[in-house]
Design a protein around this ligand. Structure first.
Ligand SMILES: Nc1ncnc2c1ncn2[C@@H]1O[C@H](COP(=O)(O)OP(=O)(O)OP(=O)(O)O)[C@@H](O)[C@H]1O
Length: 302
């Protein structure tokens, strides 16, 4: 019995000159909820396609539960919700979900699958007549038609309204609490921050960061500083001389900075003879940390 759910070993995949996945080594374990982040074109979808056996690596190996991806998928160990997953025309939601249940070696009752995905009310609608958010819910139903050990989701909440999104993540949490591994690619960093217990940051097909959201924020190293300067006009040029500054934004008398050494920056602020009011120093959010890490990598590699 292996405890590695997903194993990538030195995996490379190119499209012509574009190296979409570049020497990726990675192991995911049971019960982990893992967010896959990265700018457009970072290789997220290609990584998921490789994992699902939809594409073959040029070199390296991809394993699911210690076997070939296709073997694990045929055994029903993986439920997937892909961005591109077109839904069949001219069938109803219930018919499509029933088909997915029929194909799964360990199916759940159709009524339960419909209810969990919140599509019971639209079970008799044709799938080609659904709104974008409704179609996403149906894809979610298809990914959870049976008892799978790994659930793979590519930008699952795109087009979902707030309530649907919250219900969706509550269901995914239940799945992880029951020991399943959930892997999702997203551009919603606040979702990754709230849901994932492990965050992977991909950049040009390489793994740039791998850790908890807190570790990724710490890795970015920077902190946010904000304050008001109520006395006299704000001398932005003087502020730009502050040490360890990474960004500066002046709006009226309010100044927002990012610094890689907040203590030193604030010390120098007083050194400039300024008297900041409402001074706040805080860590970066995951979104800002993500931007800081990927921007630094762009600068390093270009
Ligand atoms: N079928 C293909 N043919 C040629 N190039 C491709 C193909 N699929 C992807 N690419 C290229 O490979 C790189 C990685 O693409 P991929 O779709 O995996 O990234 P992504 O991180 O999922 O991006 P996004 O966030 O925009 O969905 C990109 O440069 C993309 O243009």
């Amino acid at each position: 019995m292996t405890t590695t759910v997903v194993g990538f070993d030195q995996v490379t995949k190119s499209y012509g000159d574009v190296r979409a996945v570049d020497g990726l080594t990675l192991a995911l374990h049971p019960g982990e909820t893992v967010a896959l982040l990265g700018p457009n074109g970072a290789g997220k979808s290609t990584t998921l396609d490789l994992l699902l056996g939809l594409k073959r690596p040029d070199s390296g190996t991809v394993g699911l539960f210690g076997t070939e991806p296709r073997e694990a998928i045929v055994a029903g160990r993986v439920g997937a919700m892909l961005q591109s997953g077109g839904l069949m025309d001219e069938v109803t939601v219930a018919e499509l979900v029933r088909l997915a249940c029929d194909l799964h070696p360990r199916p759940y009752p159709v009524a339960d699958v419909l209810a969990r995905a919140g599509v019971t009310q639209i079970a008799d609608r044709r799938v080609d007549k659904l709104s974008g958010g409704q179609a996403q819910r149906v894809r979610f139903a298809l990914a959870t038609a049976g008892d799978s050990d790994l659930i793979v989701l590519d930008e699952p909440t795109t087009g979902m309204d707030v309530t649907t999104r919250q219900a969706f993540w509550a269901t995914m949490r239940e799945q992880a609490d029951q020991g399943r591994t959930v892997l999702f690619a997203t551009h919603y960093l606040e979702e990754a921050d709230a849901i994932a217990d492990r965050v992977l940051v991909l950049h040009r097909g390489r793994l740039l960061a791998d850790g908890t959201a807190a570790e990724i924020k710490a890795k970015a190293g920077a902190r946010r500083i904000s304050f008001d300067l109520p006395d006299g006009p704000v001398d932005e040029a003087a502020l730009r001389t502050l040490p360890f500054l990474t960004t500066i934004d002046v709006s009226g008398r309010t100044v927002r900075l990012q610094s890689s050494d907040a203590d030193a920056t604030v010390h120098s602020l007083y050194g400039l003879g300024l008297y900041p009011r409402n001074l706040e120093v805080a860590g970066l959010g995951l979104e800002q940390a993500f931007v800081a890490i990927t921007t630094a990598e762009e600068a390093r590699t270009s």
